[in-house]
Unconditional design. Structure first.
Length: 95
């Protein structure tokens, strides 16, 4: 559910910013798939005994990607001045 929620929010923001309709879903999917891919990659690294510094780098990249995703999810409500909706979207993203 969270994945679909995030895709929908980024898709709406992309359309609002004037991104063509055929490109907006690709951007929205790329943002959330990056986080999912990093989660899977970190799991695989830990299963196969990768060095701690490699795992640490992957986790840092995951944190950065998650923060960018959160920023994109709350950007549209903040642009329109709906702070309450932005807070709700932030909570919905991490539940």
């Amino acid at each position: 559910m969270t994945f679909l929620f995030g895709v929908g929010k980024v898709f709406a923001l992309a359309l609002r910013l004037g991104i063509p309709v055929w490109v907006a879903p690709l951007v929205a999917l790329a943002v959330d798939l990056t986080v999912v891919a990093l989660l899977v990659a970190i799991r695989r690294l830990s299963e196969h005994g990768a060095a701690p510094e490699v795992q640490r780098s992957a986790r840092r990249l995951l944190v950065i990607a998650s923060e960018v995703t959160l920023a994109l999810n709350v950007a549209e409500p903040l642009i329109t001045g709906e702070v309450g909706k932005a807070l709700f979207d932030a909570v919905g993203r991490y539940c």
